[in-house]
Design a protein around this ligand. Structure first.
Ligand SMILES: [Zn+2]
Length: 135
């Protein structure tokens, strides 16, 4: 972690000083955008449904009387549970959230940057002297 003191070396100019006052936002990784909560939940449910479908297909193949041709038989005579899961997946795909998938990060207000510990110290210094007001 860079501190204000580290940036005040002999070769440090104003840009280095200012750069030391910020870090990349940990929540969005510096992109300023995050996945919308509704989309995150939608993706988690989609992943869960795919895992269930894979497990059911594997179980159907293992239980097939002719293990040699189990995959082909399961495709031809798919158990009702597999079709039900496929319908659930189709319903889930149609129920995609209407909101944009990625939204501005609330932690950094979309800038991708947050105050570093040195930046927070500077803000506190300026606040103490009346240059910064709380929002
Ligand atoms: Zn952020």
């Amino acid at each position: 972690m860079t501190t204000l003191d580290d940036r005040e070396g002999a070769d440090g100019g104003p840009d280095r000083f200012l750069a030391g006052l910020e870090d990349d936002c940990a929540r969005c990784g510096g992109s300023g955008r995050v996945v919308n909560d509704a989309w995150r939940a939608w993706h988690e449910r989609a992943d869960e449904l795919v895992r269930v479908a894979q497990a059911v297909r594997r179980a159907a193949e293992l239980n097939a009387p002719d293990r040699e041709n189990a995959a082909r038989q399961c495709q031809e005579h798919e158990p009702e549970i597999v079709r039900a899961i496929d319908r659930t997946i189709d319903d889930h795909v149609r129920a995609r959230p209407a909101d944009p998938e990625r939204v501005g990060c609330a932690a950094c207000r979309g800038s991708g940057r947050v105050l570093s510990p040195a930046g927070l110290r500077l803000v506190e210094f300026l606040r103490r002297h009346g240059f910064v007001r709380d929002r």
